[in-house]
Structures are given as structure tokens and as C-alpha cells.
Design a protein. Structure first.
Length: 95
């Protein structure tokens, strides 16, 4: 899904959105590729999109960096960020 393409002098920047599409009966885990429009967990090049497509809650149980995060007003779900990860420790800041 190519969302936007911007030309900036010497290179092209592509913006992608991997949408949260979890449905009824879903485990609501970010680590489940079936809950995402790309059929995979978001990566560092993805922009996460939370829209009216799914209002299921999202539990972010993965340790990864994403290129961006858009949570539109139409998304009525709850997002939970885990702060302690098995064998990885904990965090206390978003960057």
C-alpha cells in the first residue's frame, strides 16, 4: 500500500501505513500478523494506522520501532503498551 510519495531534491520518500484490522475473536496482540493490513507486524519503515476499520483494542506486545503512528479520532479502541518485556527488561520513555 503506497500512501504518499514525496519528491525531495535527490531522493524519493515513500510513506506506508500498516493498518490495524483486528476483528471480533482476535487476540488483539500487535505481535499477531493477522491483525495487520500487510499480514505482518509493523517494521521500522511502516507507519501504523489506527482508524475506524477496527475499534478492537490493541495490546502492543512487540519491541520495535515504527516510522510513524496515526491514531485517528474514529478509532474507538484502547491501546495498551507493555512496559516490561520478558528477557528484555522495561522501558519508561517514548521517543
Amino acid at each position: 500500500m503506497r500512501q504518499n510519495e514525496h519528491l525531495d531534491d535527490d531522493y524519493v520518500i515513500l510513506s506506508y501505513k500498516n493498518y490495524w484490522i483486528a476483528g471480533e475473536g482476535s487476540d488483539c496482540l500487535a505481535s499477531n500478523p493477522n491483525n495487520w493490513s500487510y499480514g505482518r507486524v509493523p517494521t521500522a519503515t511502516d507507519h501504523v494506522g489506527l482508524t475506524a476499520v477496527s475499534s478492537m483494542p490493541l495490546t502492543n506486545d512487540v519491541i520495535t520501532t515504527v516510522a510513524g503512528w496515526t491514531q485517528e479520532a474514529e478509532y474507538n479502541g484502547t491501546v495498551t503498551f507493555m512496559t516490561v518485556y520478558p528477557e528484555k527488561g522495561s522501558f519508561n520513555a517514548f521517543t
